[in-house]
Ligand binder design. Structure first.
Ligand code: BG6
Length: 468
């Protein structure tokens, strides 16, 4: 097997989020977010009826977890601040919430770990959702206030900031595809939310620049956005209609955000299709072009799990009257992670790198999430040691790292890699169905952590930068 070497300054770390790990959902002045509310209102929506409350009990395990990350060869990780923990209903700092994050950042530094901080990971505070959530422009202003308060509070402790994780997911899952609370089926609402999140991002970056100008941030601080860029593909011999499906799929999910973070605008062809051809009403205000200009960031994160393969739809609208741009295209050669229903296609990360190189040549990026979640992983335990034997995880990460190495060789500005869910965590409506970790969390034994077989391999790669 060929050996690939990643640059020595390429960083390895782990990605996680506040709502999926922290727990302590109602202590220390934390307000409800939509995950807590959904858990309270309808626990049967969650796999095995495991709601948001405990995460992976990180608030009780953080010191050991940080030591574990360090022992696995990581020197940095990402998590998110929970809006519903940091601020009270008046948009003021909740001192107990702030104290938790100060302690987390202190302990991380002590463990030799740099923290990357994301401000929003699908965790809308419920009181703001009741005021319209992302459908209400005032919530964008509230987000800007939250971001500024976080910059002021932690600007001297954190270098790397991100406005959003996967901003397309809430519009899609909450408003369009009815997967997450409030489970709506409205493309119009999804577009409103997507537009307003773009505005909120730009307002957040503007407040960051303000905080920099006011001397509140560390000298080498950076701001970015993290998106799930799933490279879009269609058939090998596409019709005009397939190519049109590709244009809109790529336009809504990839170019929308890439244009926002590199050019400070939204893609004109997508906006034209939405407004002129489909009659979607975007909540645009006359001065928004100027607001969006502030959306340009210093670098980005790319969460990559699966490609997006589409073809022309067989009908123009779905049963709820929403327009259909594309239908899934099943590539005959696809390899699946059956647990998650996601295609495994490591070359996609290379293709994303080449797209950036060619279309956004100045843009620096890192792989901010990549990982494989497996159902019923406890069945793969060594009967003697009780260790999870997960060679498939090594294969998955190795294959992706090889394509990252090739992309860097071919000129991609990719500077690091974060594995998603290095320690098993709670995954939204799927709860603990699919396990991502290199480290198992035993729900029956007080959330005890146990490295899986793959952990030794990861440590070797992270410390040597040699992939084989
Ligand atoms: C990303 C998210 O979409 O993928 C994470 O940023 C999420 O929050 C991860 O957990 C894996 O997806 P899932 O749905 O299997 O948890």
């Amino acid at each position: 097997m060929a050996t690939y070497v990643l640059p020595q300054d390429f960083f390895f770390g782990a990605a996680m989020s506040g709502p999926q790990t922290e727990g302590g959902w109602n202590i220390g002045g934390k307000l409800e977010n939509l995950w807590d509310t959904w858990s309270i209102e309808d626990i049967s929506s969650f796999y095995n009826q495991v709601g948001s409350y405990v995460g992976n009990d990180f608030m009780h395990h953080y010191k050991d977890d940080l030591a574990l990350l360090e022992s696995l060869g990581m020197n940095n990780y990402r998590t998110s601040i929970q809006w519903s923990r940091l601020l009270d209903e008046n948009g003021e700092i909740n001192p107990e919430g702030a104290a938790w994050y100060h302690e987390l950042f202190r302990a991380s530094k002590e463990a030799g770990l740099e923290v990357f901080v994301n401000l929003y990971h699908f965790d809308m505070p419920t009181y703001l959702f009741r005021r319209g959530g992302w459908e209400n422009r005032e919530v964008c202003e509230a987000y800007a206030n939250y971001a500024y308060k976080a910059f002021c509070e932690f600007g001297q402790e954190v270098r790397f900031w991100f406005t959003f994780n996967e901003p397309i997911v809430e519009p899609e899952n909450r408003y369009w595809h009815s997967m997450w609370y409030p489970q709506h089926h409205s493309f119009q609402e999804a577009c409103t939310a997507q537009y307003n999140i773009s505005i909120a991002h730009a307002l957040g970056v503007a407040r960051y620049r303000q905080a920099v100008a006011e001397g509140r941030m560390l000298p080498d601080a950076r701001i970015g956005m993290i998106c799930n860029f799933s490279p879009s593909y269609t058939k090998d011999d596409p019709s005009e209609a397939d190519l049109e499906a590709l244009r809109m799929n790529d336009g809504l999910t990839n170019r929308w955000w890439l244009d926002l973070v590199t050019k400070g605008c939204l893609p004109a062809d997508v906006i034209k299709t939405l407004t002129e051809d489909l009659g979607i009403v975007l909540p645009a205000r006359p001065y928004d072009a100027d607001v969006l200009k502030d959306g340009v960031v210093d670098w980005i994160g790319c969460n990559y799990y699966q490609p997006s393969r589409v073809q022309a739809p067989s009908r123009t609208h779905d049963e709820w009257g929403n327009p259909l741009f594309a239908e899934p295209y099943v590539w005959p050669e696809r390899v699946m992670n059956e647990s998650r229903g996601w295609e495994i296609y490591p070359k996609g990360i290379y293709d994303f790198g080449m797209k950036c190189k060619n279309e956004y040549p100045e843009l620096e990026w890192y792989v901010s999430e990549n990982g494989i979640g497996i159902e019923r992983e406890y069945l793969n335990k060594d009967p003697k040691t009780q260790q999870v034997i997960d060679d498939y995880r090594v294969d998955f990460v190795r294959d992706h790292l090889i394509w990252i190495a090739k992309a860097i060789e071919d000129g991609a500005k990719c500077v690091g890699y974060h594995y998603w869910g290095l320690i098993d965590n709670w995954s939204w409506a799927n709860a603990y169905k699919n396990r991502y970790g290199f480290v198992e969390v035993d729900l029956m034994e007080n959330y005890e952590r146990r490295p899986k077989k793959s952990a030794a391999w990861l440590t070797k790669v992270a410390t040597s930068h040699v992939v084989e």
